[in-house]
Design a binder for this molecule. Structure first.
Ligand code: ATP
Length: 328
């Protein structure tokens, strides 16, 4: 296990933080830590990287008790809030962090390290800004540099606290590709994020924290109750229709040779002819085909679109169940 914690607790004078966290993160996976603001995610991460000392409980990271230099050397960390010296360039920042990571001045001047710096900056898309002052960087560029620092010393395990929060859609796409590439090389990635699309696309496993407590953890598809719903590459689509009659379902089925009920569910219909249907479609084109079918059958199409992601629905359900709300 990359992370193995048992009853790990850290509070701030008895308040906030996180309590009794027992969690395992297997090697080679991308693991997502989820939870609303203030759930205790950063507190948990800070204990793992040795920035906070736990009040109680046990934990190992890379098989070593917390804070061991041997484990830290194999660990890359991108903190949630960081700021690099404005007057340095990315090359200088990375050289400085090479020194902080235990390399000698001679080693950081070696051609091998220079190549490593060049390759790391290329990996995060900062090659062209390699010799510009960090003070003039956008938030997204600073975040890329933070990622470069985390990856500089070829870590076996990286802990990233909100790695994509300041990035534009292209930047997020690039970082997602980079994280997949790292996983394929055997690097384990622990991701603390609010970006559920990233979690859905990237993570093999996840955990949900709420008000300092761990409410659930495990493989993502099991957590969100996917059983065949996730992983098949399809999309859940919803349609709101008017002009629905009791015989409409059968007529539609006749039109597509009984295939409809295999992919579609009539969620509700009322006496005024309103109906709500959901379908598992392979892509937008298939959803478009169904929409055309409805219109040709004389129905009015009021709304058609992908359902909110399973993960989002699961996230809201988990939080509502603790707030005493009614899970949808
Ligand atoms: N240094 C601190 N001093 C006092 N309380 C703190 C401190 N750091 C965090 N807390 C409290 O501990 C709780 C958990 O905070 P934490 O930052 O770990 O949550 P989080 O899940 O990372 O939140 P976010 O998603 O907003 O970053 C919150 O109630 C927060 O107010």
């Amino acid at each position: 296990m990359m992370i193995d914690t048992s009853d790990l607790t850290k509070t701030y004078n008895g308040r906030g933080g996180c309590r009794g966290i027992t969690l395992q993160v297997p090697e080679g996976c991308i693991f997502g830590l989820l939870g609303p603001n203030g759930a205790g995610k950063s507190t948990f991460v800070k204990m793992l990287v040795g920035l906070h000392r736990p009040d109680s409980g046990r934990a190992t990271v890379l098989g070593q008790p917390l804070g061991r230099p041997e484990a830290r050397r194999k660990l890359g960390y991108l903190p949630e809030l960081f700021r690099f010296q404005d007057w340095l360039t990315p090359v200088e920042v990375l050289r400085f962090h090479g020194r902080l990571g235990g390399l000698s001045p001679k080693e950081t001047r070696s051609p091998a390290f220079r190549n490593r710096v060049r390759d790391t900056l290329e990996l995060v898309g900062l090659s062209e800004a390699a010799n510009r002052r960090v003070g003039g960087f956008s938030k997204g560029m600073q975040q890329r540099l933070g990622l470069a620092v985390a990856l500089l010393l070829d870590p076996e395990f990286v802990i990233l606290d909100e790695p994509a929060s300041a990035l534009d859609p292209i930047g997020r796409y690039e970082i997602r590709s980079l994280l997949k590439q790292l996983r394929s090389k055997g690097v384990t990635i622990f991701l603390n994020t609010h970006l559920l699309e990233d979690v859905e696309e990237l993570c093999d496993e996840a955990a949900f924290l709420y008000e300092g407590e761990l409410l659930a953890s495990g493989p993502l598809d099991k957590l969100i109750g996917g059983s065949g719903e996730s992983g098949d590459g399809g999309v859940n689509w919803r349609f709101r229709l008017g002009g629905w009659l009791p015989e409409t379902w059968e007529e539609l089925n006749d039109a597509v040779g009984d295939a409809l009920s295999a992919m579609m569910r009539l969620v509700e219909s009322d006496d005024s002819g309103n109906a709500f249907l959901t379908a598992r479609v392979t892509d937008r084109e298939q959803a478009g085909y169904l929409a055309t079918l409805f219109i040709r059958s004389g129905l009015t199409l009021y709304e058609s679109g992908p359902e909110p992601s399973n993960l989002e629905a699961w996230f809201v359900r988990m939080a509502q169940s603790r707030r005493g709300g009614v899970p949808q």
